[in-house]
Ligand binder design. Structure first.
Ligand code: SAH
Length: 364
């Protein structure tokens, strides 16, 4: 098996280099390229060509390889399908926005949570990702943004500077089932890529002990809760995790987290419809009554409700609802004094919702 050089520490990389009878300084040159996200050895222009060829034969740069790269029609979103060393595939998405360059990172290959509207969980959980496998996803995005052009020294990488500036752990998988590695990854992203805590968001379906662990960790990141329903009865129908951790318990842990760190809590709410037997679309979690219930749950707390149009997943029997219904739901929240916005759909044309690309590729 080829050695993945990104997985070696400095002394291991030095040994790897000297074992090839190369001078020690080569390991420093290689490390610099690895830290910029070099996808292969051919791009390492300060290494002699025969060495690059030799390295290509016996080693890999990163623990992830790009299998597919899709660009949205507005060129603002790039989605990567990546392959890990054991053949598992994961997705990661780069979003260029007015406030910066945000990378949506996967925390697991597959997912065990079983949410009824989501594509990521359809093939079950394969395994947790390592710290390096998560870090490598932001390096893939960084290389996409900057390639081999040298980076200026700039604190808190910023949009105009063309670096990755924001991380959302909202890709495939449940981050709080892999909390230790997610924390290890974010610590490195903060110290090595200069990404500030407030530009990092972790999204969870509501694993209460994991939220408490994040609280103990103590970094002022943003927390997002995938709520999707305002009653236990409805939530348990679409999110099996709700049978283990009830709505109020999840919200209490989340409010404690965001109050402790003085951050606004993000609530994610996909607006779902369901087809009746005539093929007409009925509101599922998006009725006026549910909007009122959601407002009552959140009133008085520092929250932002992100209303998310559902990205169609063929295998799932939900349906998107009309723009009018979305706005009506939002209006009720606003009248009740709840901050809310409608999430702009990004990359819907390239299957950017959780797990769609990986699923499509696995079926072939
Ligand atoms: N497991 C974590 C993070 C991954 S999911 C969590 O549950 O938060 C990231 C977000 O995308 C979640 O809010 C999830 O519910 C939502 N999502 C999943 N499938 C979707 C779809 N088809 N359309 C829109 N959003 C979806």
């Amino acid at each position: 098996m080829k050695t993945i050089l990104f997985n070696l520490n400095d002394s291991e990389l030095e040994k790897f280099v000297t074992d090839m009878s190369l001078p020690r300084f080569r390991s420093k040159q290689i490390r610099e390229w690895l830290n910029r996200g070099a996808p292969n050895f051919n791009v390492m222009k300060n290494l002699p060509e025969d060495l690059r060829n030799k390295l290509n034969e016996c080693a890999e740069t990163l623990p992830v390889k790009i299998v597919k790269k899709l660009e949205s029609s507005d060129n603002q979103t790039t989605k990567f399908l990546l392959e890990l060393i054991d053949g598992e595939q994961i997705e990661c998405v780069l979003m260029r926005t007015t406030y910066g360059n945000s990378v949506c990172v996967s925390s697991q290959a597959g997912c065990a949570m079983g949410c009824k509207f989501c594509a990521s969980t359809l093939l079950g959980l394969k395994r947790n990702l390592t710290v390096n496998e998560m870090f490598a996803q932001i390096l893939v995005a960084q290389w996409e943004l900057r390639g081999d052009k040298l980076k200026d020294i700039h604190p808190n990488g910023d949009a105009n500077n063309g670096d990755v500036s924001h991380i959302v752990v909202m890709g495939t998988g449940e981050p709080l089932q892999n909390t230790e590695n997610v924390i290890g990854f974010l610590e490195r992203a903060n110290s090595e890529m200069n990404i500030s805590w407030r530009r990092i968001t972790v999204s969870t379906c509501g694993i209460v002990p994991g939220i408490k662990e994040l609280n103990k960790w103590g970094r002022p990141i943003n927390l997002a809760i995938s709520l999707h329903a305002p009653t236990d009865e409805l939530r348990s129908q679409i999110m099996p995790i709700n049978n283990k951790y009830k709505l109020q318990e999840v919200l209490d842990a989340a409010f404690t987290f965001s109050d402790t760190h003085n951050r606004q809590l993000m609530i994610e709410y996909i607006l779902l419809g369901k087809k009746d037997k005539n093929g007409d679309i009925e509101l599922y979690n998006a009725s006026n009554e549910y909007a009122e219930k959601l407002s009552d749950l959140l009133y008085g707390h520092n929250v932002m409700v992100n209303l998310i149009p559902w990205n169609t997943v063929d295998e799932r029997d939900f349906a998107s609802i009309s723009g009018n219904s979305v706005h009506r739901f939002q209006d009720i929240l606003i009248k009740k004094g709840i901050h809310t916005r409608i999430r702009r759909e990004r990359g819907a044309d390239i299957g950017s919702a959780c797990g769609q690309l990986r699923l499509k590729n696995a079926k072939k």
